[in-house]
Design a protein around this ligand. Structure first.
Ligand code: SAM
Length: 276
């Protein structure tokens, strides 16, 4: 059989592409990757769902009702009580037409689809955002970074034992690891000690300074699986006006991610899916 040079070249190229995209960048296949995953000229087909598909799960009535259900189970502080009232008011006035999202609706929606096996969170506080994830994926292993800043945002900061007790309400059976201390130092240390750990879902909601949030994204993003999601909170929080720029610089303008930003109401939230 005659084999021309062009065919050999194409064959080698296909092999190289296959190796490039199949190197062990993650522990197991996350649910948003598609069956096609071996060519670099079709990155648009690496995924089966992007933010447009995920929005109905993350924004509006269905997600908000689920969030209220989780918040009702948690020990409430002033902020949680206010939010529940706010959600109920929005639903009463606008019903299914209410377009609202925040970190909780996005996390509960993404978790219901992705069903993360490995979750990383920077900024745990009382476990509100963590509860959204674990209520949907109770077997998930969670790695939680917090330095437990006392009296954070003027509210009680009860610490990891409280969060562990709260997560039992959701029958959490996975591993719950607290990495206590400044995430700018503890995250690189953790990754050095755990070189093969990758995540289906990552939330960055710790240090809200522009440098601090940038550092957390820089450290965490390389450990996000292809097909996994990153959530970034407070992108229009009036006390943190630089966070929107950090979000745009690190995620929105990066072609590896397809992103969605909600900025209409509340403090705003962004999420993105890693395409390649
Ligand atoms: C906004 S709260 C997190 C709220 C939580 N994600 C939720 O949705 O309820 C921010 C948390 O980040 C923690 N934090 C702030 N700076 C940090 C840093 N440099 N390293 C680790 N944790 C930090 C604070 O102690 C606080 O508990």
């Amino acid at each position: 059989m005659m084999v021309d040079k062009c065919s050999i070249y194409k064959y080698i190229l296909t092999g190289l592409r296959y190796l490039k995209y199949n190197k062990p960048r993650y522990n197991s296949k996350p649910s948003l990757t598609s069956i096609t995953f071996d060519r670099d000229d079709i990155t648009g087909y690496n995924l089966i769902a992007g933010p447009s598909t995920l929005l109905p799960y993350c924004v509006g009535k269905g997600a908000i009702e689920e969030v209220i259900g989780v918040l009702e189970k948690l020990e409430k502080d002033e902020y949680a009580e206010y939010l529940i009232e706010y959600y109920k008011d929005g639903l009463e006035r606008f019903g299914k037409n209410w377009v609202y999202a925040d970190i909780t609706t996005v996390l509960i929606g993404l978790s219901s689809i992705i069903m993360p096996e490995n979750y990383l969170e920077v900024g745990v506080r009382r476990g509100r955002s963590l509860a959204m994830v674990l209520s949907k994926s109770p077997e998930c292993n969670a790695v939680c970074f917090d330095m437990w800043v006392p009296n954070y945002a003027g509210m009680d900061q009860p610490g990891p034992d409280h969060v562990t007790r709260e997560m039992k309400k959701f029958h959490h059976s996975g591993k719950l690891e607290f990495i206590n201390g400044d995430s700018h130092e503890t995250m690189p240390q953790y990754f050095k000690q755990n070189p093969n750990v990758y995540f289906d879902l990552i939330t960055i909601d710790g240090d809200h300074s522009p440098n601090g949030a940038s550092m957390d994204l820089t450290h965490a993003l390389p450990r996000l699986k292809v097909g996994g999601a990153v959530v970034f909170d407070d992108i229009v929080h009036p006390s943190h006006p630089s966070l929107i720029t950090v979000w745009k610089n690190y995620i929105v303008s990066d072609p590896r991610f397809i992103s969605y930003s909600f900025t209409d109401l509340g403090y705003g939230v962004g999420f993105a899916i890693r395409k390649y």
